[in-house]
Design a protein around this ligand. Structure first.
Ligand code: NAD
Length: 279
């Protein structure tokens, strides 16, 4: 635990996987919205660095090295966060990993690791932190799923099943706990530039090819996911429960616009590319 500044009046938000990427952007956004933030990550140094950035500007944050799938670590980090800031009112299950392997040779160990982080971890955190929220009769949970949870992503090991699972966990939590004051929703990000994708987005050709799939014409960034988390956590979203919101620039609605068609001069192009040429 590090970077503590005690203030039991601050609403406490827990963000998992917040050492970097989307999780760090969520921690920063919630912090500017007035939350005290507990930053949990497998990478303890990275979590401490995110927390240090916040506390350096006078914000309230603690960090902990936590494997989200390890119940005893989650319990210990929960107690430490509560000691600093009181009861949690928001949990963001963001920590996630991806693995590249085809289905026919997918190793059982890879499957287990991915399911543990992406699905069992959110279950463990939901049960432990949700228990606190149930006792208080209020709270919100936001699960970071993926477009891969609704559409099969080839060569991605257990990623698609794990993300489909977290969408199911979202529905279950929303239905079981909605009547007891806890809303639970999911966000399915599309292609978002984060340290996990440095290789893809520093390759200009690959980046341009991916951008060409997105109706908004660009890759997203973590702040664009964080804004939706802040909205879902807020009272403005008080009647939203059990939703899975795509934040993907429209890419998952673009299937038919990606169908190749002949152009006037006889070339083959997608409709999306043709629309782009006209603008
Ligand atoms: N970036 C994208 O394009 C994209 C798209 C769809 C969904 N997502 C989802 O958004 C989330 C964040 O993705 P990102 O791109 O920022 O990834 P990232 O790899 O940059 O960050 C993930 C963080 O989670 C941490 N983590 C991994 N396993 C953990 C564990 N067992 N316990 C605690 N922390 C753990 C890592 O240390 C890392 O800091 C993930 O759930 C991912 O599946 C990302």
């Amino acid at each position: 635990m590090s970077n503590e500044s005690k203030n039991i009046e601050a609403p406490l938000a827990i963000v998992t996987g917040a050492a970097r990427g989307i999780g760090a952007a969520i921690a920063q956004r919630l912090s500017s919205a007035g939350y005290a933030v507990a930053i949990w990550d497998f990478n303890g140094d990275g979590a401490a660095a995110t927390a240090a950035e916040l506390t350096a500007s006078g914000r309230r944050a603690v960090s902990a090295q936590v494997d989200v799938a390890d119940e005893s670590q989650v319990k210990a980090a929960t107690q430490a966060a509560e000691a600093a800031f009181g009861s949690p009112c928001l949990l963001v299950n963001n920590a996630g990993i991806r693995h590249r392997e085809p289905l026919e040779t997918l190793a059982r160990a890879s499957w287990d690791r991915e399911i543990a982080t992406n699905l069992t971890g959110p279950f463990v955190c939901t049960q432990i932190l949700g228990g606190r929220m149930l006792a208080a009769g209020k709270g919100a949970i936001v699960n970071i799923a993926s477009m891969s949870g609704s559409y099969g992503q080839a060569m991605r090991g257990a990623y698609t099943p794990s993300k489909a699972g977290i969408i199911g966990l979202t529905s279950l939590t929303a239905v079981e706990w909605g009547g007891r004051g806890i809303r639970c929703n999911a966000i399915s990000p599309g292609m978002i530039s984060t340290p996990a994708h440095v290789e893809a987005y520093s390759n200009e050709e690959l980046k341009t090819a991916r951008e060409a799939m997105v109706p908004l014409g660009r890759i997203g960034d973590g702040a664009e996911i964080a804004d939706v988390v802040a909205f879902l956590a807020s009272d403005a979203a008080r009647y939203i429960n059990g939703a899975n919101i795509p934040v993907d620039g429209g890419v998952t609605k673009a299937l038919l616009a990606l169908m190749p068609v002949p152009t006037a001069n006889g070339e083959i192009e997608t409709t999306l590319a043709q629309l782009d040429l006209r603008s």
